[in-house]
Unconditional design. Sequence first.
Lengths: 281, 357, 393
Amino acid sequence: MPAAPTSGSRLRLTALLAPPLLWLTLAYLGSLAILLLSAFWATDSFTSDVVHTWNTDNFHELLTTPVYRTIALRTLSIAVAVTVIDALLALPMAFCMARVAGRRWRRPLLVAVLTPLWAGYLVKAYAWRVMLGEDGVVGAALAPFGLHGPGYGTTAVVIVLAYLWLPYMILPVYAALERLPERMLEASADLGAGAWRTLRSVVLPAVRPAVLAGSVFTFSLSLGDYLTVQIVGGKTQLLGNVIASQVTLDLPMAAALSAVPVVLIVCYLAAVRRAGALDSL
Amino acid sequence: MAETETRTRTGTTTTRTAVRLEAVTKEFGTVRAVDGVDLAVREGEFFSLLGPSGSGKTTLLRLVAGFEQPTAGRIELAGHDVTAAPPNRRDVHTVFQDYALFPHMSVEQNVAYALTVRGVRKAERLARAREALATVRLDGFAARRPAELSGGQRQRVALARALVDRPAVLLLDEPLGALDLALRQEMQTELKELQRTTGITFLLVTHDQDEALTMSDRVAVVRDGRVEQTGPPVEVYERPATAFVAGFVGTTNLLRGEAAVRVVGRPGTYSIRPERILLTDPAEPPAEPPADGRRTVTGRVTDIVHAGAHTRFTIALPHGDRLTVLRQNLTGLPQSARLDGEIGLSWDDKDAFPVPS
Amino acid sequence: MRKRKTSAWRSAAAVCALLLTAAGCGSGGGDGKGGHAPDKLGKGEGKVNIIAWAGYAEDGSNDPKVDWVHPFEKKTGCQVNTKTAGTSDEMVSLMKTGQYDTVSASGDATLRLIASGDAAPVNTKLVPHYKDIFPALKQQPFNSKDGRMYGIPHGRGANLLMYRTDKVKPAPDSWRAVFDDSARYAGHVTAYDSPIYIADAALYLMRAKPSLGIKNPYALDQKQLDAAVALLKKQHKAVGEYWSDYQKEITAFKGGDSVIGTTWQVIANLTKAEKAPVKAVLPKEGATGWSDTWMVSAKAEHPNCAYRWLDWIVSPKVNAQVAEYFGEAPSNRKACAETSDPNHCAIFHADDEKYFQRVHFWTTPIKECLDGRKDATCTDYAQWTRAWTEVKG
């Protein structure tokens, strides 16, 4: 039992925690609150100035205009696709790193996976723009098979986002696989299970929380992205773009639009929390 | 390996071999963990591999289970060569030291796993899992998660899981190591009982000589990747084949060289079990008339340790040799059996058992 | 890596704008208050923050020979910080942050900035070179109010049609190539990513569908807007990507991802400099275009340096440099004597008002029809914005 804190140590603790807590409340929650609040304001259509009159027109427009629904659904589908692809890629990669590769190789492999995180986001996105372009290496690599590169568009967005967020999926899955005792795999084989059975019944359930934790990153990062789609998305419009372009034109509408990914992410977090994934974050 | 003597528990006259190792060697890099081991475990036998940590006994077990591939040699199960077979192609199950229960499955799902893997129908699966849980006295725990169980309960779940589809051989890797003393002794009895009722061949790995001696039909003492001696517990205890076995299995007074000549009366290496030495007053003659071949010496008591049912004496002999004597606390002690007292020691010359040095 | 900086700034500025404006700390709504013009200039403040179109404030980082920022800094001691904007909407929202002193606003931004009070009137007496500006650019509806100038005219030009000479044959001479005929280059057509681009479609419809009765591409009633949107949706099928970032347009044309679409002369020049086989033409329908004005922020922290910049940028030599580099008509008539190509002013019709009647300068659409119709209600910029979102789908 730790000793009850004296009044002096309690004071120190308060002083220590106050700045970050204040920051969290004001800068983070506060700005979110202001954002939501401003969604109920209007804009002068000529000057783009915010008019502080309370109304729900923005949300009405948001819910009744079909194009917003289309864009929201498209954004959601891309986020889901990126998450699924990342999970499918991360599982075998993390498995090789944590289980197949020798101990000596683990650290270099981990570094290799993490290295792309050190490079700038835009550098990577522009690199993909060059690669996916008409005369880029992707098209050149596919040409011998009589195939054509995806070009700029939704597919390119999914590919690049999946690439950008992959480390965020690999890391938790790798950690979970490394934590998974060798004994579990042996016990499964010992009881008669083949490799696939072991993967399905023992490995996957063990890494499920990690995959869900990783998916929180891939899903929410994809949902909010607007730069990648500008760079390789061709004419694709996602929620992020619409918000970004509305910010300059109609701030309250942009705020109302931002509520969509916020709501989606909150729903997703709630679902993932039920599945117990946040415990391992 | 002599196999003519048919002393199996089931009493059959023709004994088949459940596990056979022929010249099995396992190297990890430059370390030779198992060094040319020959071993035959009979069907229906409770067989223990006894040795200190690092002796290679666990590696032997893992070779049988299929988790490791031998560097050289051959492994047979029930007469079939399984040297290259993966674990899931061997009719053996393992009870791991840390139990290795699947944390995301209920107790019942854990126990039924071997059946699930084989595609047994759900109804039958559950019935047999319940049955297995009943045999380890865990009825009513089916829906729990492993994390909600005590160490002893997990141990039983691991046993039930390994026994549910009645493998030909059950491998137990220090199964009682993580339990406290009382529970360990209780489980020893239970394991023995379980082996008797199921008739399954048990191959147990332990570093605890008590465990090996109490439960096993036969024991193999392992040291540095080799088997030093194989035999029934009594034989291993009473007639250790090597000085190591004599020292590792039970405590003993090992006498060699000059000391052997002085104490035993002839050259060589001898083991005298401490409980075989009687204490007498040096002045008086022994309580019973000394029979032929009894040897008597005199020494001085340097240490007395009371350990419940018995007392351990350390006696210094005139030339600096020391003998340990164990005495059941039954009757009154000789008067001189006190610290610094002059005391007589006597033993049957047959109890000075020669061991190859 | 100029692009990187731009985008990072853009997002940072967007966040700031969002927070500041949302918190009510931004510029309050108003109509034409916009502060006061100074009577005389004081000492320079040592720095000036500029919002400019790409190519308007070159410091030699794109081309070492193209640099009129460093000489300015040397001469005035005013350190220049340039923020490149891709659209007029971006300029307006950046000006609202109050962190910039001056902006090269086009006609679709100027009136909005005047109306919101973000731009201050300019005392033209403090800009000595103002006297040499073409009279046709002074006291125009898009840069003045109640007889007061709200900025110094910079130059004007047209949005051009750029195409890859190796991929687009025969050479196009009509906007038809990116509208009714866009399917021929499906997946490789590009268009400017801003609601104002709707005017390009309207301009094309003026000729292609006279029955719609479009007189001014910025004065569209609902029916006319619907027709333009329908045309743009058709074009959307053939569009590979939209651009508002000039670097993106350059790489797209260079790589062949875009082969035809709207452009600015400066982009065509830069793309050619990258050895891409492109050509830019003014189609026979005429074009939309811009007439830019350097405005001073009502909240300028560095007004003295801002005024010095205004005078510098319209001084004959610099005005000529900018005009040649960007590919536009200079605003200072003396600049025509300073251009390296003696025919520049003739080529870009600097003093040719007839020519500029064919160019429809960007202007903000409002409810009152700009073409003078009294019997119709026109669509305003908010409707254009929504329509543009819908076009892109």
